[in-house]
Design a protein around this ligand. Structure first.
Ligand code: FE2
Ligand code: FE2
Length: 201
């Protein structure tokens, strides 16, 4: 759904976060589908890893992490209102406007909010791509081990593979982030979360 707004959160909440256990409590309340939880955890992990690579502080890494962890929290219960409800929930909890904006812009075509900051752009860039790469890891007996860019690109070209993943969004997001697709794929493959994690099986 289009959000029809471009300002999120309150100015006085800049830098404010919720602790990780509160974020997981919210996820446990709202999301039953373990695959969806796994998806958000994967994106959260990638966001934190990217922020770290950029040399951002630990508190910034955590802000990036939270954006990833909560970006689809309302998807299962209220798909028609995705992502308006998680935005409103985080606003009521006084979460940093930058985190909320990143969530609001993770699908510009769908929500009508343009990714502006690096956090916005990377959430958009990791979202669909990590889904496709994760699906690929599940069909490989060795999971992520030995996975390479070429193999991922082959799956990207094969439109019947993980057909729900929008190839258009993936290339649009890479363009906006100013990062080559190869580099992005490499980053996702290197920074995979432990595939033995129970959520990922
Ligand atoms: Fe989403
Ligand atoms: Fe997502």
């Amino acid at each position: 759904m289009k959000l029809n707004r471009d300002r999120f959160g309150k100015d006085e909440d800049y830098g404010k976060v919720i602790p990780e256990d509160e974020a997981f409590e919210l996820l446990n309340d709202w999301v039953k589908n373990e695959k969806l939880i796994a998806h958000m955890k994967q994106v959260a992990h990638l966001m934190a890893a990217f922020a770290e690579t950029k040399g951002l502080s630990e508190s910034d890494q955590y802000r990036w992490y939270l954006a990833g962890l909560l970006h689809d929290a309302d998807w299962e219960k209220w798909p028609e209102s995705h992502c308006r409800l998680i935005i409103e929930e985080l606003e009521s909890r006084g979460v940093d406007p930058e985190i909320i904006r990143a969530i609001a812009s993770h699908g510009p075509k769908y929500f009508g909010v343009e990714p502006k900051s690096d956090m916005d752009k990377m959430l958009y860039a990791f979202d669909e791509l990590s889904g496709l790469i994760h699906a690929y890891s599940l069909m490989r007996p060795e999971g992520y081990v030995g996975m390479n860019v070429k193999g991922v690109k082959k799956r990207l070209k094969d439109k019947s593979f993980a057909a729900q993943v929008s190839r258009e969004d993936i290339s649009d997001a890479a363009n906006r982030a100013g990062i080559s697709l190869d580099e992005l794929i490499q980053f996702v493959v290197i920074n995979q979360i432990d595939t033995r994690d129970k959520f990922l099986l």
